[in-house]
Design a protein around this ligand. Sequence first.
Ligand code: NDP
Length: 404
Amino acid sequence: MGKKVIIIGAGGVGNVVAKKCAMNPAYFSEVVLASRTLKKCDDIAEECKKIGLPIEVQTRQVDADDVPALVQLFNQEKPFMVINVALPYQDLTIMDACLATGVHYLDTANYEPKDVAKFEYSWQWAYQERFKKAGLMALLGCGFDPGVTGVYTAYANKHYFDEMHYLDIIDCNAGDHGKAFATNFNPEINIREITQKGKYWENGEWVEIDAMSIHKPISYPNIGPKESYLLYHEELESLVKNFPTIKRARFWMTFGQAYLTHLEVLQNVGMTSIHPIKFNGMDIVPLEFLKAVLPEPGTLGENYSGQTSIGVQIKGIKDEQDVSYYVYNNCHHADCYKEVQAQGVSYTTGVPAMIGASLMCEGVWFNPGVYNVEEFNPDPFMELLNIHGLPWHEEVNGELPHTY
Ligand code: NDP
């Protein structure tokens, strides 16, 4: 018997989660989509109807910064769980409302305070005892990266290694949306992520580097070599904690030259700053203003060509022998658009969120407390990735895309 879910956030990812949930009555009995702008929820619900999905999506307006408003919504709707795909700023208010109303929780990005461009799990891990005591589960970072990358790592650890030593997450978007400059997920969050210092894990400590200062070409399957930049990404923090044999962990992402040039100009003129300035007597945050003039991620799907390729490569040992392992998914933007009217980055985030929620609803992944995805049995998740649109491929002891 399926369970009732509330999705919060009707953006690019929310559109995919709502549609994937509405396609799967075996896991979900009712689907409610709530967001700040009701019209965006209604438009998605209307599309679900138009494409004939078996579950009718209900819509609600909510400001997820407002805990009493969330509590009222959860008390009215009585969902089994909430899938939070609003912004990372809302993670804690939604977790507070879950605790107040007895609702389970899942998100795809870790909490960030609005006035500090810094993301780490400490704020959400601090809810561990409260969730445990309340018999509630919170699953953190269940998109693609973080999310599938953690599941891939847990799968590699379970099936191929005694000890994992070197881990590289490699993320390529070789797509073209035809716009001069746009970000594939929320522009404010995206630009905060890549303009902060880079960081990687080596021999028990974090090594900090200037933003985008380390880069090299990496050859992605069916795509070829693309310049890839070393960034800090949140799953590195939980992976090195949960797999302490890892000696080095890094995250690489591709960027096109046009994107980098636009970003450099925007940075040079102060448009990426998160500190308010006075404009006509009003306080304006330049990055928030920039977000308002850029295309919304949910609108990029039509005519988006090319594909994404995200994977994890690991070196380590099994039975005292060296082992190398690479697991990845390639996803075509046009296929995503055809299925759920979304681009590939929203799709590769929304599908794993639906899968994580389905496993929680069915009790397959269930434990009171606050967890990252790699703390659960990866096998059922890996099976569902193949069924729900993100098939993966693996290579054991083959040539690695990123040589050492
Ligand atoms: P969008 O900007 O397209 O959507 C965000 C949605 O959240 C918007 O509809 C917005 O409403 C809504 N929202 C914002 N603030 C509030 C609020 N206070 N109350 C209610 N609703 C609110 O972003 P994306 O869909 O691209 O990204 C969604 C999330 O997914 C982000 O947290 C992002 O970091 C994460 N993500 C994770 C990835 C992963 O692989 N793990 C990859 C990509 C994204 P409005 O339209 O009214 O502004």
